[in-house]
Design a protein around this ligand. Structure first.
Ligand code: ZN
Length: 266
């Protein structure tokens, strides 16, 4: 069986309702924010076994068995880790893609290109003489630049400077194309996809840059231009800024979903 990508494991863990899944095997009762029941591991009759949905964990106060939803299935049913992940995935309706070999993630070069691009664009927003309009635009919307730096906002200038800088760093055009950073002109030559735009990096659940959303400054169409679908970016499976918000959502068991990048940042 091929290894399961980390982001998929995380996705399964996030989607799993630990109370429901463990509750199918242990009689759980709500106690405050936790759930208690008799421990299935040491076999006690008292409610010493706690399931803590906020943390996605279980814990027994007597025998000290502890872990997450995957650990529970491993310990309870003697599964190995990948089997437990696949079992839980099947229960929550997530399809785990098979990879042909167990080598390094073939998408790694794309993550690398997108990360480096994000850093280049962010520096341009901070320092570029041609990014003045972008900085003013952010200030007008009430976003001080120093607050936005950790979010990684960037500026894509007009012209071929970005492509030249990436080539200089050793990135080949094929890789930049596959990552959606370059596009082909009608005459077959290449240009940067983002041209005179304010860029919002889009991260996956693990916080890796997988795409950009680019807002035009001043007049122009389209107002927003996104990276295309790629091996690392599947638009329908991502929620902007969720990598930052997921812990808080888990803690308060509540989420606010808004439409725009700025709304999300605010
Ligand atoms: Zn126990």
């Amino acid at each position: 069986m091929s290894p399961i990508p980390d982001d998929v494991i995380e996705q399964v863990r996030d989607a799993a309702d630990i109370v429901g899944l463990i509750g199918a095997h242990v009689e759980l009762k709500r106690t405050g924010t936790d759930y208690r029941g008799p421990c299935p591991f040491h076999g006690g009759a008292h409610r010493n076994f706690a399931v803590i949905p906020k943390k996605g964990m279980f814990y027994c106060f007597v025998c000290h068995e502890a872990g997450d939803i995957f650990t529970f299935f491993m310990k309870k049913f003697g599964m190995d880790y990948p089997t437990a992940v696949r079992d839980v995935a099947a229960k929550v309706g997530i399809v785990i893609p098979e990879r042909p070999s167990s080598g390094p993630d073939p998408r790694e070069p794309l993550y690398e290109a997108l990360t480096v691009a994000g850093e280049w664009y962010a520096r341009r927003l901070r320092e570029g003489a041609d990014a003045g309009a972008a900085r003013e635009y952010l200030a007008r919307r009430g976003f001080p630049l120093d607050e936005l730096l950790p979010v990684g906002l960037g500026f894509a200038p007009k012209g071929d400077e970005f492509a030249a800088a990436m080539r200089q760093l050793g990135f080949k055009d094929e890789r930049l194309l596959e990552a959606g950073l370059l596009v082909e002109r009608d005459d077959g030559s290449l240009r940067p996809r983002f041209w005179g735009r304010l860029l919002f990096p889009i991260h996956d659940l693990r916080g890796r840059v997988v795409a950009f959303g680019g807002r035009v400054l001043g007049e122009g169409e389209p107002k927003y231009l996104n990276s295309p679908e790629s091996p690392v970016f599947h638009k329908g499976r991502l929620l902007y800024n969720l990598h930052q918000a997921k812990q808080a959502i888990r803690q308060v068991e509540h989420a606010v979903v808004v439409e725009g990048y700025f709304d999300a940042l605010r």
